[in-house]
Write a protein that binds this ligand. Sequence first.
Ligand code: C5P
Length: 462
Amino acid sequence: MASITIRNLDGSIKEKLRLRAAAHGRSMEEEVRLVLGELGNAVSIETSATSTTIHAPGALSGRRILLIIGAGIAAYKCLDLIRRLRERGAQVRPVLTKAAEEFVTPLAVGALAADKVFTELFSREDEHDVGHIRLSREADLIVVAPATADLMAKMATGLANDLASAILLATDKRVLIAPAMNPRMWNHPATRRNRAVLQKDGIRFVGPNKGEMAESGESGDGRMAEPLEIVGAIEKLLDRRPKPLAGKTIVMTSGPTHEPIDPVRYIANRSSGKQGHAIAAALARLGATVRLVSGPVTIPDPEDVAVIHVSTAREMRDAVEQLLPADAAIMVAAVADWRTANEAGEKIKKKPGEKAPALQMIENPDILAGVGHSKSRPRLVVGFAAETQDLLANAKRKLDKKGADWIVANDVSHATGVMGGDRNAVRIVTRSGVEEWPDMSKEEVAERLAAKIAAALQTVEV
Ligand code: C5P
């Protein structure tokens, strides 16, 4: 049982919690109770004169993690990792490779895990019942941290010449690895090949991160992910929350489009893709199969989302058409309304005495309207309206014009900082009215919209 005292929370988390609670019209205690309740656990709240303490079973309560510790300097971080996992209610069963014993002692590892540490493939005590098979089966998840280049190579080729590699070959459970090695080893063609094989085999990765190496003067990709990042990846893999969008396919667009003027110049807009990408990730977290068509952005692809990268509006339309039918379409991209009619095949040259070239514009296809009025129209079609004036009137008009069920309207006047920024204040315009949401982070807008989409898709089906 873990306990949280709101008064002791980190200032920035407290602030986020305050905003989230205010947005939902709830007290902070009620908000925490609901957030923790989503984990499917009973939560009790204890209030004294000076503080409120919320007791909740750990997020990893009762989950069994087999932790294989490889031989690297980062092995010391595993001591903290074990502590963090146990704080969250997980049972940790450690396995040390022979060489790892040079970096951390079985005594320290065993004391923190409160369990026996396994090291030998042919141990007289454990192998009477084929210990490596049993170990590999008795876990909910196998975590390898640090995953050395050597361990990754063994996994990729299926070697089983010590306890760790034999477990990894014998298991039928999911495996998460946290690689840690010198950047040259990480970038070596052999490790690259092994990485590709492991990814194809369904092995999950967390990290490595960029940064300073233990070896002086060396830096680059290869630092093991921090214990809390590894915990986050484990929690995600063992997430028991209900997946209301499981089995649903959602097509999305996000980001700007680039409309070429000539081979080096293009017309673009300030969309960063942050809002669309956050919605795609939130829908995927609720179990949806999300297919995202993204214009050119500098942010990473959202996790667990299949992304098709395009540049122009026409490419975006073609990609979306290929992805229909679907259960829902959420069109967030800031698609350029016009493209140049006279795109030059060669770079337009500046010539002395000549006038500036005139750009002729023609209209781009309206992707949302195409989907909203198509024969294979998804059950739920959501568009966005980024306006600088007459926000609601424009949004309402778009419902019919685009054949959308909802228009998420946001004011993108320069002063709001929405375009490219991290916050958003939206209104959900439907045929039955307007829902006004307060200013919140784009992540929070995404979470709330994903929940609303999940509820709508469930209702539509009845
Ligand atoms: O007409 P307007 O650009 O304001 O409409 C915005 C909504 O329509 C957004 O959902 C956007 O993704 C979509 N749209 C589109 N194709 C266009 C223009 C807008 O899908 N050519």
